[in-house]
Design a protein around this ligand. Structure first.
Ligand code: PDD
Length: 285
């Protein structure tokens, strides 16, 4: 029987109930995280928890549990649901109260919920590369917060899906920011380039892992803003996320990128990423 978490209780999914007045429903008033599970083990859990607490602070939600408590709960859920390759999703809303835009005046407890899903590594796409579109970034200016408000991201991803594309890359005016649910990197003359950490992007955990891998392996990289023209004329383009790993992009808006096949820098980072993911999640027997 599949289990989920509500607050600090692990219950059967069919018994799980969330209140109609939860501010997550009314306003998207909450924050979330998605952690990868490889080999039955959470990958980069501490980094995700750190980002969750940062997001919470920025929207004045007091998480009623410690990081360790959340990691323990989530680990137990992964074990009970027997997840080998998948994700755990969790969110915290401001809680349940009669609908008013401002924070509720009465003492309202945040509501923590979590579920797992079996999600395979997208091997075929990682091998071949994917096609994406570009679209105007119409989101708010606090994109560093992993908030539940994802309507612009949902609309952009739908636009991509309708064109049989994997992802939608956002640009604000002519500057590439990130994509609807991933970060974007280009490679030009052997240098990996990605948007710097500002409030216009989510600082992806996979992004941070990839930049650390560049550093450790003497792959040249720089964090700076770049244009749509730089994107379209790059030697290589790839996107990163918890579910997409290091995903090569071979076509954007029907324009072929580089040679039309995943490039050597992307390939190198893919294998370094896989090595690290396996090393960090293989249980030592
Ligand atoms: N999305 N940018 C945005 C807007 C995202 O939603 C995500 C992740 C990322 C990549 O972050 P990370 O490497 O930490 O997964 C960047 C998750 C996977 C989601 O919403 O499902």
């Amino acid at each position: 029987m599949e289990k989920v978490i509500i607050n600090d209780q692990i219950v059967n999914r069919i018994d799980a109930k969330v209140d109609m007045n939860d501010r997550g429903y009314h306003f998207g008033d909450g924050i979330y995280e998605v952690i990868r599970v490889f080999n039955g083990v959470l990958f980069a859990a501490e980094e995700h928890l750190e980002r969750l607490f940062k997001s919470a602070k920025k929207v004045n939600i007091d998480i009623p549990y410690s990081k360790d408590k959340i990691i323990n709960l989530v680990n137990t859920l992964v074990e009970l649901n027997d997840v080998e390759t998948g994700i755990v999703y969790f969110q915290i809303t401001r809680g349940s109260a009669i609908r008013t835009h401002e924070f509720p005046t009465s003492k309202t407890e945040p509501v923590f919920t979590a579920f797992t899903a079996n999600v395979e590594v997208p091997e075929k796409e990682l091998e071949k590369g994917v096609e994406v579109i570009t679209t105007e970034d119409v989101r708010w200016l606090r994109c560093e917060i992993k908030s539940l408000n994802l309507l612009p991201n949902v609309l952009a991803k739908q636009e991509a899906a309708e064109k049989n594309c994997y992802e939608a890359i956002f640009h604000r005016d002519e500057i590439v920011t990130e994509a609807s649910s991933s970060n974007v990197f280009i490679v030009k003359n052997g240098v990996v380039i990605t948007h710097p950490v500002t409030s216009q992007i989510l600082n992806g955990i996979t992004r941070q892992v990839v930049l650390n891998l560049c550093e450790e392996n003497s792959i040249r990289f720089t964090k700076k803003k770049y244009s749509v023209l730089d994107l379209m004329t790059a030697d290589e383009v790839f996107i990163t996320s918890t579910t997409a790993d290091v995903m090569p992009v071979i076509k954007i808006d029907n324009t072929v990128i580089g040679t039309g096949a995943p490039g050597s820098v992307t390939r190198n980072l893919q294998s370094l990423f896989r090595e690290k993911a396996n090393k960090d999640t293989k249980l030592v027997v």
